[in-house]
Design a binder for this molecule. Structure first.
Ligand code: ZN
Length: 105
């Protein structure tokens, strides 16, 4: 998959940059955040680089939530937190189409 130049997430998707991959499907990938602010803080990122999340296809948006749910269920089984929250972001990092899921204890 051809990524956006200078985008670390595209490099991760292409296998050119290091990341701790937790799970992926055909359209999305879940990695640990390099600057976690909670235990288990990870990012679910669409593999295709777009500027805004609403530019993703319905399938890509569905994939983001599917991958986030798989990871959340695994975290629930493994760490038994009270809950796991999820939020969407859009501005801090160049490919703004991603969702973070955080493990709260
Ligand atoms: Zn990118």
């Amino acid at each position: 998959m051809e990524g956006e130049r200078g985008c670390v997430f595209c490099d991760i998707v292409a296998g050119k940059a290091e990341a701790y991959k937790i799970y992926e499907d055909e359209l999305s990938i879940c990695i640990l955040d390099v600057h976690p602010y909670t235990k288990g803080h990870c990012l679910v990122i669409a593999k295709r680089h777009v500027q805004w999340w609403h530019e993703l296809s319905d399938e890509e948006n569905a994939s983001l939530f599917k991958v986030a749910k798989v990871v959340a269920n695994r975290m629930m089984d493994k760490f038994e937190p009270d809950f796991i929250f999820l939020y969407a972001r859009g501005r801090r990092i160049p490919p703004p189409s991603f969702i973070d899921s955080d493990l709260q204890r």
